[in-house]
Design a protein around this ligand. Sequence first.
Ligand code: PEP
Ligand code: MG
Length: 931
Amino acid sequence: MAKKHVYYFGAGKAEGNKEMKDILGGKGANLAEMAGLGLPVPPGFTVSTEVCTLFNKNKQRIPEVVKREIERNLGRLEKTVGQGFGDPRNPLLVSVRSGARASMPGMMDTILNLGLNEKTAEALVAKTGNDRFVYDSYRRFVQMYGDVVLGLKPVHKDDLDPFEVIIERKKRELGIHSDTDLTAADLRDLVARFKAAIKEKTGHEFPADPMKQLWGAIGAVFCSWMNDRAVAYRKLYNIPETWGTAVNVQTMVFGNMGLDSGTGVAFTRDAATGENTFYGEYLMNAQGEDVVAGIRTPLPIADLRQDDPKAYAELEKIRHILEKHFRDMMDIEFTIQQGRLYMLQCRVGKRTAFAAIKIAVDMVDEKLISEREALARIEPDQLNQLLRPVFDYAEKEAAVKAGRLLAKGLNAGPGAASGRIVFNSVDAEAWAKQGKQVILTRIETSPEDIKGMSVAEGILTARGGMTSHAALVARQMGKVCVAGCGELAIDYAQRRITVKGKTLNEGDWISIDGTTGQVIEGKVNTKPSEVLQVLVEKTLDPAKAFVYQTFAKVMAWADRFRTLKIRTNADQPDQSRNAVAFGAEGIGLCRTEHMFFGEGKIGPMREMILADTLDERKAALAKLLPLQRHDFAGIFEVMDGRPVTIRTIDPPLHEFLPHEEKDQRALAAQMGIPFEKVRERVEALHEFNPMLGFRGCRLGIIYPEITEMQARAIFEAAAETKKKGIEVEPEVMIPLVGHVKELANQEKIVRRTAEAVMKKQGVRFKYLVGTMIEIPRGAITADEIATVAEFFSFGTNDLTQTTLGVSRDDAGRFLIPYVEKEIYAKDPFEVIDREGVGQLMRMAVEKGRATRPGIKLGICGEHGGEPSSVEFCHLIGLNYVSCSPFRVPIARLAAARAALLNAAKPAAKKAVKKRPPARKAAKARKKARRR
Ligand code: PEP
Ligand code: MG
């Protein structure tokens, strides 16, 4: 049987269906589906996407066999509608529209009213008795065809449309202003002028023969698959060129035949809020383009109930049929021609993140879809809309339209914030105390800025990437953050920002959108998150919080399907409490260094760093011990028996010292030592590349007393908590390990301390000692490291930095262009670089499990809360991911989706299969103990 290229639909029958989007395109497949359902679709046929490929390969010619098939289908169409194509008594008019597999709005060409010529136009006048309507349709047809097929277009982008120029001239001649004042005779004259202009400028005679018109139009739509707009759009949305577009040839119906006609677009539910109400707009006596063009203001769909009760009732019925059939919210286009309703298009409707969640959940309640399908339809990041404050949508749109968009940076901490610009942490605190909302605006942040960050509404930086200090601390605090916004020139001395020729001073209002990275001049109001008010602030009754209830359902379903555990990165009891409220099952990373910036701690910490002798250092550490113990006890209590991974100190010591002379002088005075000593020590601690310098386990190896103090604080806090009847499960984690001996060195101190504390306190508790895998050597020798480590936690921030050789704090400047140039598909500090960093992780998982089959494996780099990276962690068989508190719900959903999507590939099992015989593993462990 010959290959089929053309698919007919109409009169309750269709050769295609909704599953055939590949060959019929989205529009064609759904037209066929609607026709098959018996809905009132104007009959027609779809020329398949494969013909587009043949056409563009075949010197832009429609193959003869396809032409014959089209002719046969045209004959069938004539029979169905009882009209003849080009028939001078009863003419059939058609539309010719594009329709690719994926929607590409406005990218390709469309021609309406095809089949009109001098004779058919007259026939139509006789039939309708409405000459103005006929010549207006004819005018539109010649204009569209002249542009799309015959190529009479503006020469330069900024030139006026040549057809509009002719219309304007005509109106001037007549002394009229509005198109609606043009009479049938005027429009007829315009048709003649258009044709003459086409002939003069392009050399083409306007074809009178409808068949010639049809071949030209089909060819032009296929050609439009390759136009610049379509090519650029495909590149942006990763649509392959090989897909091609289909062409839909369909009987014309008219919404501009009088007051009993009309046209409209609608969504089967509210696309903005997700409410189950019919939502859309229409215009009587109009064509589709009038609704879109905004010349007349369309009416809300509910008004159609009065304008045309019969059509409205039918639409309501169709709305329910479509939702039941497609099991989704649909976007429809319809036309009413002299009181008869026609469906011109339907497709799955685009919606806001908020509506996506609400619709998915409601449809489960309505038994339209399963819980699994609902989870598959909600993108994890969409949950941010429920968890974070958001801008008042209309206000933000208005601000952007008014030219107040200043710049775009990295969307480092989602949510919306508005506040007054301040340039340092001290001012942020002072202004916040006066009740002012502030945005802390820094070139980059450092641990010294923590307090300012915590009181600010949001944080804006000019430098730094997705794992820079500002980004990761902001996320942990649940703050809105736009980082690495290189267009901002921040002048601390003058206290001002210059950007795009504008100057903003300290105290001016600025608004930042941490979900999109946009920075907007002035104030834009925000709305608080209902979920936050219920779960964290506890100021809203869950029974009255409908958004919260939707959220809670999604979370409950997600927990049913996921296999990954979700932990959090937190180093304060309040952060831990938030995370538990969001569903965290443990702490995957407590960065102890963050704790040293709390009230009263930075002093002894600096004493410890400035100490000259072991005794001096020990004295300072003794002051820190109770402070740390108190912090850990607070966290253990909140975590109530859940595992808590605490990492020993990691950053280079200079980060704890003041860098400005006035602050150094203050420190010297406070400690009663000469200023020179402080300055010398700061200088001595200066490193050229501190990220690769004296940090991580290197600190604890050179100063074992620091590790010992921290271990003691952890275990004493554990003992204290256990004595209160609360279970504890501490996991001590050593950072930046590249060699097993580094870990063994630190492990010895930790275990010795644990035993001593348990003995002295007279309690026993379970604890683990493990390591971060965050430099390549650690991953490569993971089998050796696992002889000591009871768990691995992938520090993918540093692992990305060291594997790629890209500084996480300086990447902002070039990573955005890198991604634009498609060197990396995504920012590797945001989404795990599966081919590079991911390979090292996979290797470490396999090697770690080979040595120690039961080893606990997790991730605590910022990727742990990013949906695609969570999926990767699921695939390589990690036990848990750990992320900042506000990302916990996102990770829960991402983990469920990863499990559902990859149900056929249980990756964890694959890794297990590669384990060596138990004897070999036991031998390896014994060998390690001898080290
Ligand atoms: C990491 O490197 O991924 C990590 C979690 O540690 P930090 O960000 O504190 O260096
Ligand atoms: Mg690290």
